[in-house]
Ligand binder design. Structure first.
Ligand code: ZN
Length: 396
């Protein structure tokens, strides 16, 4: 009897040990799986760690947002955006703390986008947790210069603001082809032929070529005595007459704000007297990104880019350089090749060329440039008051 009891107890002990071993094995398997999952999720984080982004569109503009302080949530690791806490309790995400971003070269670089929300907050980085920069409002258009996708799938676009600033806007609040669908297939492609530093003996030849193809262009003119007929022909033949500079002398125009506007006003009066048109579209000599001006007055481009807009001007830089100013005379084939290379897949191309008297090869290249653009499906248009802005990043 006692032997049987001992045997039974041993059996029970063995069973108990076996049950413990089984339980520990299951726990070990679960722990291994958890460690693997954590490891894999860390592997998938490719970008730098960033402030958290709510999985909801926490930057969605709403009236409460106006009262939000944005000073407490930068780089804190908290996944509670101050934008969301002011409004509802449903926007806090428990997954956002693992959010990272992958910044890519913008596929839509240079594409204008239009704000579709009543207003939206611009941030210093791609997420609602980044510093607030400013608000933008419904209907305003900005150029996209970059994009970043958070791991939660929300696309943010880096855009150019006025005065050389840049910032990020949540992709939910813009459309970038004017039809609201953000669908590249339906994007219309537009090209703007622009000619600087004329008019000259080449200008009438260019106008004849443009007429032949029935396309309109934009002429950023400077002061040229004796070219009165050319200024008038630009206007009469339906092109955009725009301002560049009276003297085009960097050391003069960029030495002060006053000097710059004295020069611009002088040119404006000059062309107004000849043509009856007072242009409100302009281009800075060297572009707004020029680094020459800071030799004469540090920071002047930041000041001027803001001031010209306050005075009612729209300024245009370029995103496709023909390179026809790289030398006095650049080979015609080189000009065509430069444009083909720099055009890429832009849906909105602002092409820099020159119609100064030395630029005979630009005239020669023009038919091929127009035919190439048309073969690629571009509409060739003059810059008008409603043309999306093309701004460089100010660097002074
Ligand atoms: Zn110029």
């Amino acid at each position: 009897m006692s032997r049987i009891m001992k045997t039974n107890r041993r059996k029970r002990n063995r069973q108990s040990v076996n049950q413990w071993i089984a339980a520990l094995s299951i726990i070990a398997v679960i722990l291994t799986a958890m460690i693997t999952i954590i490891h894999l999720s860390n592997e998938s984080v490719t970008g730098p760690s960033t402030p958290a982004v709510s999985t909801s569109f926490s930057d969605r503009p709403q009236s409460d947002d106006l009262n939000v302080s944005n000073t407490s949530n930068t780089q804190s690791g908290s996944h509670t955006s101050t934008d969301t806490t002011t409004t509802t309790t449903t926007t806090t995400s428990t997954t956002a703390s693992t959010t990272s971003t992958t910044t890519t070269t913008a596929k839509k670089n240079g594409t204008p986008c239009t704000v579709t929300a009543e207003y939206a907050n611009i941030r210093s980085g791609p997420g609602a947790g980044y510093d607030f920069i400013q608000k933008v409002f419904s209907g305003e258009t900005y150029n996209i210069i970059g994009q970043a996708t958070a791991n939660n799938g929300i696309m943010w676009y880096e855009i150019e603001l006025s005065g050389g600033k840049t910032g990020y806007i949540c992709g939910a609040f813009v459309n970038y082809n004017g039809n609201g669908s953000n669908n590249d297939q339906t994007t219309t492609k537009e090209a703007y032929l622009t000619f600087d530093d004329g008019p000259s003996s080449n200008t009438l030849k260019i106008l004849d070529i443009l007429d032949k193809y029935n396309v309109k262009a934009t002429f950023f003119v400077i002061y040229h005595k004796g070219q009165e007929d050319a200024y008038r022909a630009i206007v009469e033949r339906g092109h955009t007459l725009a301002l560049h500079s009276y003297t085009h002398t960097y050391s003069e125009i960029y030495k002060s704000k006053t000097a710059f506007f004295d020069d611009l006003d002088k040119l404006s009066n000059y062309v107004s007297n000849i043509t009856g048109i007072t242009p409100l579209i302009m281009r800075f000599p060297g572009g707004s990104s020029n680094t020459v001006s800071k030799k004469y007055c540090k920071g002047i481009m930041s000041e001027l880019t803001g001031e010209v807009q306050k005075r009612g001007y729209s300024y245009y830089d370029w995103n496709v350089d023909s390179g026809d100013a790289d030398a006095v005379t650049v080979d015609k084939d080189k000009i065509v090749a430069n444009i083909k290379n720099n055009l890429g897949n832009r849906s909105n191309a602002c092409i820099l060329m020159h119609d100064a008297s030395a630029k005979t090869t630009t005239v020669e290249a023009l038919p091929e440039i127009i035919e190439y653009l048309q073969s690629r499906g571009y509409s060739i248009l003059p810059i008008t008051g409603s043309t999306p802005l093309c701004h460089h990043k100010v660097n002074n």
